[in-house]
Design a protein. Structure first.
Lengths: 465, 238
């Protein structure tokens, strides 16, 4: 070689050699690494007995079998929600009783020391009531649901879910690991979107990000559980109530998963065209769940985290709702004026004006939608004495004229509509694209409108309402 | 990727597959002296912490858990770039003794990049329960780097680990890192390219790996070669 080499010479030499070698270089390297790792482990590892692996394999033959895999998942979900629904009712009523008692006490204390009526209203019937609703409606289901969910997670079940779901995602032209990010989404959609990092292909990762919203997150489960309990649960004999409610929540979850697959399939056949890439999924051994860790993770990381966020959002929403009901224009308050304005739009979707108003107020965190709706309904009068989930049916069905259709539409809307502000922010951070963030926010909303509109009209057509 | 070394005697990177007890090793070594943040420009959590050994302060950087360093996922890129450009004085690769074959894939790739590696053979208790025995001395001889069996959950073997790290950073340990077996036209291509890279940077410990990455069209490595930062890898600490 004449003279010392320059970096550019090295690069052009590398390019030349690269063309000569062909495209399978990466595969050959991976192959060589795997062969070597295999040789080394055969030489230095001796296995005397492996009872646990045998046991794991036998278990996996059932849990990930083509025949039993999906039904077992379905049964597991029903069981989890049944325990949640059956267990949450009583503590919910007790919490509601206690907190609304505190509200009355606080309000009468304020009255007694001569505070102006608007301050009492703003603090106790607005802000505090918002908090009370959030805690009473959300805390008990979360405190039961999260430990159960974390238990399955700790057991090592989630990778099996991905395994069972793989063929569906393959059909949809999406990555099989999307089943994992989807499962994370049940915890929190923002976390699910971060979890899509395990997907290498940018195309498939984007599909996973855009569709993560279609599985209900922790924040939305309490809404679904509550609606299922008070509308579906009361529509069947009491002995079957909690089963029917749990079954309904599972149905909603199934609709969400089907929607995930349909939208993924649509995206991968239109704007994000491509083949599903293959991958190896290793099923980790089942681990004996560590109960201390389950309690810690589910209570501190999940329940308290979600509750804290909901409380931060609910307090201002409560205050806002109170203001809307306290400010009068003419002889109507703002709540009435706004909800009347939204009413025909809401009715077209099987909802009503108050629900639309509550959704607009609750955009930062849609887990507080139901508490917001309740405050909007009850806040105006301050006369209602609610003592738990049982009485909620009275308010919603009796006074506000909700039907089963309203509940179903609200569940579908809550499942499908736009992600919360945190999730939108996360989408933006992860994609770095304004365009895809907008799509991620507005596409679900459009789908929610379309589905609710369709369901409401078909329902009315067939039910003759 | 570089970091502030004020007050720190040695920087140690912690690599490993997910679920190998890497975080347990990290927590056991650093205790409460840790700090979490993000990798620059990334939304991946970065944890680092200090431990003292024989009066010297070691800064331990917990790399994202990865199965390999070859693909373009964000986590793998961060781990790879830190081992390459962050120039740790030693890299601990935590491997799961119960599934050595899969874990060795990553260890072999790390050893190909840097010769200052200590393999931490973790989850030895779990391996024992399952009747799995690993000849760690034989493995160390073949890999050409120290292998330390540990059960980080119960703190077993960690003093051994820190001692090996200390011998590695002081230069007391001489490693003979295992190289990938490469044959045929790829081997011929390496024979042509490696001398050119070595000619450019004499002391580069991993010219062969750099050549492989160039042949694979690795953008970061191409850039590093162009702007000369690859050369710094050879100088500095050695």
């Amino acid at each position: 070689m004449a003279g010392p080499a320059e970096p550019r010479d090295v690069l052009s030499k590398a390019d030349l050699l690269q063309r000569r070698l062909g495209a399978d270089l990466r595969d050959r390297m991976v192959d060589s690494i795997y062969t070597d790792a295999g040789d080394l482990s055969r030489r230095f590892v001796t296995v005397s007995r492996d009872r646990r692996t045998d046991y794991d394999r036998a278990l996996d033959r059932i849990i990930t079998s083509r025949i039993f895999g999906l039904p077992l998942m379905f049964l597991g979900l029903v069981a989890v929600f049944w325990i949640t629904v059956a267990g949450a009712n009583v503590p919910s009523s007790m919490l509601a009783n206690a907190l609304f008692w505190v509200e009355e006490l606080g309000a009468s204390l304020f009255d007694a020391i001569g505070m102006p009526w608007w301050l009492t209203g703003f603090i106790w019937h607005g802000t505090f009531k918002g908090l009370a609703w959030v805690i009473a409606v959300m805390l008990p289901p979360m405190a039961i649901f999260f430990p159960l969910f974390t238990f399955f997670e700790d057991l090592g079940y989630l990778p099996r879910v991905a395994f069972n779901m793989d063929r569906f995602f393959k059909w949809a032209g999406a990555h099989g690991k999307q089943a994992l990010s989807m499962s994370m989404g049940f915890g929190c959609n923002a976390a699910g979107i971060i979890a899509t990092r395990i997907i290498d292909s940018p195309r498939e990762r984007l599909i996973a990000i855009l569709t993560n919203n279609f599985v209900p997150c922790n924040g939305r489960f309490p809404t679904l559980i509550m609606l299922a309990t008070i509308f579906v649960g009361t529509a069947v004999p009491p002995a079957l109530a909690s089963f029917a409610a749990a079954g309904t929540v599972v149905m909603v979850v199934v609709v969400g998963v089907v929607m995930t697959l349909l939208v993924s399939a649509f995206l991968s056949r239109t704007v994000l065209k491509g083949e599903a890439s293959s991958f190896t999924l290793e099923l980790p051994p089942y681990r004996r769940p560590n109960f201390g860790r389950i309690l810690y993770t589910s209570m501190i990381d999940r329940t308290l985290f979600v509750l804290k966020r909901a409380i931060y959002m609910a307090a201002p929403a409560g205050a806002l709702i109170w203001l809307l009901s306290a400010i009068h224009i003419g002889d109507q308050n703002l709540t009435t004026i706004l909800s009347t304005a939204f009413d025909s739009f809401g009715q077209a979707l099987g909802l009503d004006g108050v629900i639309i108003l509550a959704y607009i107020i609750a955009i930062p965190a849609n887990e507080i939608v139901v508490p917001t709706i309740l405050m909007a309904y009850t806040g105006a009068t301050q006369m209602v004495d609610i003592t738990g989930l049982g009485e909620l049916h009275g308010i919603l069905a009796g006074e506000q004229g909700w039907t089963l259709l309203t509940a179903v539409s609200l569940m579908l809307f809550s499942l499908l509509h736009n992600p919360c502000s945190t999730t939108i922010m996360t989408t933006w951070k992860e994609t770095g694209s304004r365009k895809w963030t907008t799509v991620g926010a507005l596409m679900p909303l459009a789908i929610a409108f379309a589905v609710c509109f369709l369901v409401a009209n078909l329902w009315r057509l067939f039910a003759g309402v | 990727m570089t970091l502030d070394r004020t007050g720190i005697d040695h920087v140690v990177a912690l690599a490993g597959n997910p679920n190998t007890g890497k975080s347990t090793v990290f927590n056991a070594l650093t205790g409460l002296r840790q700090h979490t943040g993000n990798w620059p420009g990334k939304t991946v959590t970065r944890a680092e912490g200090d431990y003292l050994h024989e009066g010297l302060r070691y800064r331990l950087i917990d790399l994202p858990g990865t199965y390999s360093l070859l693909s373009a996922s964000v986590d793998e890129e961060i781990a790879r770039d830190f081992i390459l450009f962050g120039r740790p004085d030693c890299t601990i690769v935590v491997v799961d003794a119960t599934s050595l074959e899969r874990n060795l894939n990553l260890a072999l790739q790390v050893i190909e990049i840097t010769d200052r590696v200590v393999v931490c053979l973790n989850l030895m208790d779990e391996a024992g329960r399952r009747g799995i025995a690993v000849d760690h001395e034989g493995l160390a001889a073949e890999l050409g780097v120290p292998v330390v069996p540990t059960t980080a959950r119960y703190g077993k073997g960690l003093d051994h680990l820190t001692a090996e790290v200390s011998r590695m950073v002081s230069g007391e340990t001489v490693t003979t890192p295992r190289q990938l077996k490469i044959t045929g036209d790829l081997s011929e291509a390496l024979d042509e390219l490696v001398p050119m890279i070595e000619d450019l940077h004499h002391d580069l410990p991993n010219a062969r790996w750099v050549a492989l990455r160039l042949l694979d069209g690795d953008y970061a490595v191409r850039q590093a070669l162009l702007d000369g930062s690859i050369g710094e890898l050879a100088g500095g600490d050695r």
